[in-house]
Every structure is written in structure tokens, then in C-alpha cells.
Design a binder for this molecule. Structure first.
Ligand SMILES: Nc1ncnc2c1ncn2[C@@H]1O[C@H](COP(=O)(O)OP(=O)(O)OP(=O)(O)O)[C@@H](O)[C@H]1O
Length: 308
């Protein structure tokens, strides 16, 4: 058992190249024990490569990786019973029947969860005899999750656990992750859904081009700043609106007819915007004040959208 207080995962200056492609480029983060850590970034950011190095499935080029205090490249045997893995590709042979495969994995562990109860919990009881390749995408995801959890791991790696799931299945996966955290399990997941990171993670590591561009608690990353949004007819004269706003404010239209005002959003600023709209015969529809999201943070840091 690793000493209390030690990180579940520690990665420092990790580099991994595939020929000319630098997939991971000096990436560092720590995942605390008993917490949910989310690596958030667009496709190709290097999340899977990083997580697979932590899982011991790929080798680091250089840098330090410690999982539960051990080196996954050298201590795979010691880590295997303590770590659950849900790979992006499912990781279950296509012909394996859901129930049989889960029982087989359970048999490798000394104190497994009851496979039938786990299938029930994940809504897969009706599919227990179905081969993996005949399950729907969402059912395959849930079976992979069951495989990751059946050994009662101390730490689980979930690579894009809800990609492609419908909203209901996504919510039940989120509940399960919350239960794991409640039970003291450390969770490291990757996602390109900012709602997922915001909802689940104690600590978010924002990754782009193989490196960490920001990390922290979701609320700290998004900050206390507010922004004002409204819809109106396209092509409003924003330069003129801007000259009426306090210095340091910003206003933009993107996409057409969707307006965003950023800055020190106080009652006076709201009054200025609505008065300006009124004096120009503009009906500001769906006017709202909201906090920045991780999507906004990502856009600001990288100039690109997460989902791009
Ligand atoms: N085995 C490989 N051989 C060559 N290039 C690879 C290999 N695996 C990944 N890459 C490249 O490394 C980069 C990072 O890929 P990676 O899968 O780690 O990113 P990711 O953030 O997990 O993206 P996704 O969300 O699409 O899985 C990409 O440019 C990818 O094309």
C-alpha cells in the first residue's frame, strides 16, 4: 500500500514520439488519491497516449511516471490487481459473451465484486449471453466499465468513458464515477466533453498538443468572471457598443446573431448594454449572464474550440 497522501498518479516531463509526431510533449500532472482527475482536450491532444503509458500499455520516451507510487513499465505485475482500466477501444474480445467474460476477469481477482450484480447495476443483465461484438456501442462501453471495476481497484483509468453514449447512459456513468469517488477510489479519466470534466472532476488537466495548458479545480480554472450573452439581428455595430462600455470590456458576434460581452459584468454594464440596444431598436433576446465554462477557458488559452 502506498503511503497516505501520496499521489495516485504522478507524471513529470513525459515525452512520447511516434516517428515524426510528438504525441506527448513534456506533460506533467498529479492525480490525488480518492479524487477524480479529468484530462480534458481535443482529439489528438495526447490524452490516450498519456493514459496508456500510465496503464503500462505503452512505453514513455522520457520523463517520470508513477502510479500508486510504482513504475508502470517495471511494476506491471504489482499494479495489475490494484488498477482498473477501461480502454477507449473496449478491450474485450469480440466473441466473448458479456457475463462469461466478466466472471473470467472476476476470477483473476482475490476479492471481486459480484459479476451478476455489476451487470445488473449497469443495465446489462439482458445482454449477459451476448457476444461483445453484438452489443450496441453504449452496451460495449458499459461492459468495458464493468471489466475495469470488477476487481475493486484502488485506481481506475477511464479513457473517454462516455463518448458516443446517449444522455441517459452518460448520466448513469457519471453517477457511477461519483459513487467510486464516494468509496475512496481514485479516478483518472480522459474526455473532450467539458460538461463531463466540470461535473465530475476535482482536478482538471487541460491538454493541447501534448502538453498541459492549464490545470486546477474546475471553478478555479473558470474563475469568478461573468459574461453576458444575447441574441439579436446580425451585424450590430459592436465598435459603437464597445465605446459605451467600461474600458477593458470586449464584445463579439459569433456566430451571426449571437453576441458575447466580456469584462467586469456589473449591474451598470448590464444597464449600458440594454440601454444601447433600446436606443438602436434592438430586441436583445435570450439575454443572460453566465460564468465562464471550461470551453471558454480552452478557447482563450488555445484559440481553438474543444470540439473542433
Ligand atoms: N500508435 C501511433 N502511431 C502513430 N501516431 C500515433 C499513435 N498513437 C497516437 N498517435 C498520434 O499521436 C497524437 C496523440 O494521439 P492520442 O490518441 O494520444 O490523443 P488523444 O488526445 O487521446 O486523442 P483522441 O481523443 O482522439 O483519442 C495524434 O496525433 C495521433 O495521431
Amino acid at each position: 500500500m502506498a503511503p497516505p497522501g501520496e499521489s495516485a498518479v504522478e507524471v513529470a516531463d513525459l515525452v512520447r514520439r511516434y516517428g515524426p509526431v510528438t504525441a506527448v510533449n513534456g506533460l506533467s500532472f498529479r492525480a490525488a488519491r480518492g479524487a477524480v482527475t479529468a484530462m480534458l482536450g481535443p482529439n489528438g491532444a495526447g490524452k490516450t497516449t498519456t493514459i496508456e503509458i500510465c496503464e503500462g500499455f505503452r512505453r514513455a520516451g522520457s520523463g517520470l511516471v508513477r502510479v500508486l507510487g510504482l513504475d508502470p513499465a517495471a511494476d506491471g505485475k504489482a499494479l495489475k490487481p490494484r488498477v482498473g482500466v477501461m480502454p477507449q477501444s473496449g478491450g474485450v474480445p469480440g466473441t466473448a459473451r458479456a457475463g462469461e467474460f466478466l466472471r473470467l476477469i472476476a476470477s483473476f481477482h482475490s476479492r471481486p465484486l459480484d459479476p451478476a450484480a455489476l451487470l445488473e447495476r449497469l443495465g446489462l443483465t439482458g445482454q449477459a449471453r451476448t457476444p461483445f461484438r453484438r452489443l450496441s456501442g453504449g452496451q460495449q462501453q458499459r461492459l468495458s466499465l464493468a471489466v475495469a471495476l470488477v476487481g475493486r481497484p484502488e485506481l481506475v483509468f477511464l479513457d473517454e468513458p462516455t463518448t458516443g453514449l446517449d444522455p441517459q447512459a452518460r448520466h448513469s456513468t457519471w453517477e457511477l464515477v461519483e459513487e467510486l469517488r464516494g468509496a475512496g477510489v481514485s479516478v483518472v479519466l480522459t474526455t473532450h466533453y467539458m460538461e463531463e470534466a466540470e461535473r465530475l472532476a476535482d482536478h482538471v488537466v487541460i491538454v493541447d498538443h501534448g502538453t498541459v495548458v492549464a490545470q486546477g479545480a474546475p471553478a478555479d480554472l473558470a474563475g469568478a468572471e461573468r459574461q453576458l450573452r444575447f441574441r439579436a439581428r446580425p451585424g450590430l455595430g459592436l465598435d459603437e457598443l464597445l465605446s459605451a462600455l467600461p474600458l477593458g470590456s470586449a464584445a463579439k458576434e459569433s456566430p451571426a446573431g449571437h453576441y458575447l460581452v466580456e469584462g467586469d459584468v456589473r449591474p451598470e454594464l448590464l444597464a449600458t448594454v440594454t440601454a444601447w440596444c433600446a436606443s438602436h431598436g434592438v430586441m436583445a433576446e435570450e439575454l443572460r449572464i453566465e460564468r465562464r465554462t471550461l470551453e471558454d477557458v480552452f478557447l482563450e488559452l488555445t484559440g481553438r474550440e474543444l470540439r473542433s
